[in-house]
Design a protein around this ligand. Structure first.
Ligand code: ZN
Length: 451
């Protein structure tokens, strides 16, 4: 009980940073841009309402199947209130009934658009501005991004749809879903109280949808059982099932858009800090810090390291992409082909296990080479410190080339792993679409090949 009392008020500090990778679309782009078969404009943009209206019965079936599977497999899954169930009885207003049935934010319009990727020129007349896509303040990574509206019937490539959609869940889809988030839909969605994450941050309430602590040790599970109520696996399974329906009924645009939505959560979970609340902290040292009353310090340090690596990744990659330096080790690591095989069933036993395994080394490197103030001072708060955009310069000023090389080395491992799962996901999408045979996963070895 003492452990629990000490940890409860503090663990919300573990998860204020819920962007994980900044701009998921750019993260996937070094690989996607390089694949001619994915860059042909073969998809036909179709409004969400048209897809929903054409496939009502299939959607009823898919959502019912996903609901039963989640109820059977996850004791912490919050059941969908029956009043929200998508049905074929109520005609009209398909998008809002669908949005409620899958419990995503009704504050977004889910329009037809794509992100203009680094190195491309957007058509000025079709430019969409951030407030047309999201109610959030644009983060550092979204401020400089150009978005372009698509018109129904327009052709677009798989690469553009998959990349753009993979960033969409960070536009607010999962914000305000819980009863204590101060939204009217949060009152109807049956999600209960937000289990973790800081509800005071504008994007804090998406944390439980974007982080999955599927392998907690007994101490953490005992001290903070709410950490087990993460739901990214639900999102992955839900969107993959909808993608399969869309592909098998000839709505390939929505097939790839749903695959992109699911890819977002897959990308998040490849980040060690999204799969383990305290990477690099052994059970013994956690216990010791509890005994010594130093838990808040441990948590603050982990939170700061989490923030530092994300800012570092964004600044490093954005700079390389702006310069078009696709041959740089970081970008070419993403583009490097791997023989990948990945299905949703591997999320918990494989993907998150590997992420946790990398956490200790990542945490140790950050501690060794990043400025001590950022990563070893429990009185310092990284979020909002103002150092986010100059993190690379700060690391270089204090640790020189050696520090940059060490952090780049950690990033390369993480990006190589992300690329493995991205490639597995693309193969899975192509097989659902009927373009290639179903992958047979002889070995799922992301961690052997890139760790
Ligand atoms: Zn996310």
């Amino acid at each position: 009980m003492v452990v629990r009392l000490i940890l409860i008020p503090l663990l919300c500090l573990v998860v204020p940073q819920v962007w994980a990778w900044s701009d998921h679309a750019s993260l996937a782009w070094p690989l996607l841009r390089d694949q001619p078969n994915l860059n042909e404009p073969v998809l036909i943009a179709e409004p969400l309402a048209a897809f929903l209206s054409a496939e009502q019965q299939g959607i009823v079936r898919v959502l019912a199947d996903v609901e039963s599977a989640m109820l059977a497999e996850d004791p912490d899954y919050p059941p969908t209130p029956t009043a929200l169930n998508f049905n074929t009885v109520n005609a009209g207003d398909f998008p809002s009934r669908f949005v409620a049935a899958v419990r995503i934010s009704p504050r977004l319009s889910y329009p037809l658009y794509h992100q203009v990727m680094p190195g491309e020129v957007g058509e000025a007349d079709r430019r969409m501005h951030w407030p047309e896509l999201s109610f959030l303040d644009p983060g550092e990574s979204h401020r400089g991004t150009v978005y372009r509206a698509l018109v129904p019937g327009e052709r677009v490539s798989i690469a553009h749809v998959l990349a753009s959609a993979s960033d969409e869940p960070d536009m607010g889809m999962d914000i305000g879903l819980y009863t204590d988030n101060g939204t009217d839909f949060g009152q109807r969605y049956g999600m209960g109280q937000q289990p973790f994450g800081n509800p005071n941050l504008s994007y804090g309430s998406q944390a439980p949808l974007h982080m999955g602590f599927y392998h907690l040790d007994w101490l953490t599970a005992f001290a903070q059982p709410e950490l087990q109520r993460g739901l990214p696996l639900w999102r992955i399974v839900l969107y993959e099932s909808l993608a399969e329906l869309a592909f098998t009924t000839g709505h390939d645009y929505w097939g790839w858009r749903f695959m992109g939505w699911a890819l977002h959560y897959i990308g998040d979970l490849t980040q060690p800090y999204h799969a383990d609340p305290l990477p690099g902290v052994s059970l013994l040292s956690a216990l010791w810090s509890v005994i010594m009353g130093e838990t808040d310090q441990v948590i603050q340090l982990v939170s700061n390291r989490h923030g530092v690596i994300e800012s570092y990744q964004f600044e490093r990659m954005a700079n390389l992409m702006q310069r078009g330096d696709w041959a740089s080790p970081l970008l070419s690591r993403i583009a490097q082909r791997q023989s990948a095989c990945f299905l949703p069933a591997a999320v918990v036993p494989e993907l998150t296990v590997g992420s946790i395994r990398l956490g200790g080394q990542l945490d140790a490197t950050l501690t060794a080479v990043a400025p001590a103030r950022f990563v070893s001072d429990p009185t310092f708060e990284w979020v909002g410190s103002g150092f986010e955009t100059e993190v690379v310069a700060q690391v270089e000023a204090e640790g020189g080339d050696q520090a940059l090389r060490a952090l780049d080395g950690e990033l390369e491992v993480l990006l190589g792993r992300f690329s493995y799962y991205l490639q597995g996901w693309i193969s899975h999408g192509l097989s659902l679409q009927g373009q290639v045979d179903s992958p047979t996963c002889l070995q799922t070895a992301a961690d052997e090949t890139s760790g």
